[in-house]
Design a protein around this ligand. Structure first.
Ligand SMILES: [Fe+2]
Ligand SMILES: [Fe+2]
Length: 222
């Protein structure tokens, strides 16, 4: 695939998994906004197109042969990958982040009232994502694995609305946390919380990209 300014970010992320690093660097939404062309995203965010295309080329030229193209792998392997790389680790990571957010709020909440909002917003996101992943594990994924592609339209549209919601909450958290740049006086736990949230955001974006841009279209077409 030749990448031009008309190529959608979802297609780039699908065919060149390493390009998602460039998108993450610029805060470009390649999961829920995956159907939009690079040109549109660049215009909206004031990013020079030529520079971004060059950055993508540089990143993917180092692409390891082992980088998996999930659009070409069997569906069962893709689902297995989603479960083991995202669902199971997300549960553990969300518990760890919530505990850190609680600790930082308890100790430093008086310095910054946004710590309370971050704790509450994250706790809600955690509950929502846990329920969301359970629905995928118990309803949608078994339906796909059983080959009931035609029946998946309803559940898929519900999952995609929930993905959009999660994306919005992650953007809100990033705003509340000043793009995860810790204040000078932040303690080590506070710094670890910001780093953990930034990593979690990246992982959720990758997770949603695999579902919205690869799993769902394949389930409906196979
Ligand atoms: Fe999922
Ligand atoms: Fe999902």
């Amino acid at each position: 695939m030749t990448i031009t300014e008309e190529t959608t970010v979802g297609a780039v992320a699908t065919e060149h998994p390493l390009a998602t690093r460039v998108f993450a660097r610029h805060g470009i939404d390649f999961c829920c906004g995956g159907g939009r062309p690079i040109r549109e995203i660049c215009e909206e965010n004031d990013i020079p197109i030529e520079g971004l295309l060059a950055e993508i080329e540089a990143e993917i030229s180092s692409e390891a042969a082992s980088e998996t193209r999930w659009d070409l792998e069997p569906m069962a392997d893709l689902i297995e990958h989603i479960l083991h790389t995202y669902h199971i680790p997300h549960r553990e990571e969300m518990a760890r982040i919530e505990a850190m957010a609680r600790k930082v709020h308890t100790v430093h909440g008086d310095k910054d009232p946004r710590l309370k909002q971050i704790l509450d917003t994250f706790a809600n996101l955690k509950v929502g994502l846990e329920q969301h992943m359970l629905k995928e594990e118990e309803v949608l994924f078994p339906m796909i694995l059983a080959g009931h592609g035609a029946m998946t339209t309803g559940p898929i549209s519900v999952m995609e609305v929930e993905h959009d919601d999660a994306g919005k909450v992650l953007r809100r958290l990033r705003e509340l946390a000043d793009d995860y740049v810790p204040p000078e006086y932040a303690c080590n736990t506070w710094r670890a919380l910001w780093a953990g949230l930034a990593d979690f955001e990246r992982a959720v974006h990758e997770h949603i990209h695999l579902e919205n841009n690869i799993l769902h279209p394949r389930a409906q077409n196979e």
